[in-house]
Ligand binder design. Structure first.
Ligand SMILES: [Zn+2]
Length: 136
């Protein structure tokens, strides 16, 4: 993918379809995340509903629990970095701009704000300058 790519839809009907697809995708990811959470709950609690500390997990249970956590984190990362939501404000019903150095999508408003900041002369510091370069 290019370093920068804007996906802009002007037709309101197409925007609505796009937004519905994004919402559907986010719902599917959230459903999967919740199923993983429920699986973790089976390890965390006894059948009587008593919470079990992780220190009481067997080696196999601990491996399974960490695997479930890892899968949750991956799902969260995928959704946060997808075109379905802005990495800054989290909104998903806007036109988006991809910024390759951060492998993230920004809504046009947040991207514009980052770009204006990047072009201002008042920002100092290596990390801020490195960050700003990706928006110019
Ligand atoms: Zn945004």
């Amino acid at each position: 993918m290019k370093d920068k790519r804007a996906i802009i839809i002007k037709d309101s009907k197409l925007q609505r379809i796009r937004n519905n697809f994004r919402s559907l995708f986010a719902s599917a990811v959230n459903d999967r995340w919740n199923r993983l959470f429920d699986e973790m709950g089976k390890l965390r609690y006894t059948q009587e509903g008593v919470r079990r500390p992780i220190s009481k997990f067997s080696a196999d249970e601990l491996v399974k629990f960490r695997d479930l956590q890892k899968n949750q984190n991956e799902l969260t990362g995928l959704l946060n970095r997808s075109i379905c939501s802005c990495i800054v404000c989290g909104k998903g019903e806007r036109d988006m701009v991809y910024n390759k150095p951060y492998n993230s999508w920004y809504c046009t408003e947040c991207y514009g704000m980052e770009r204006r900041r990047a072009l201002s002369k008042h920002r100092k510091g290596r990390y801020i300058e490195d960050h700003s370069k990706t928006f110019t």
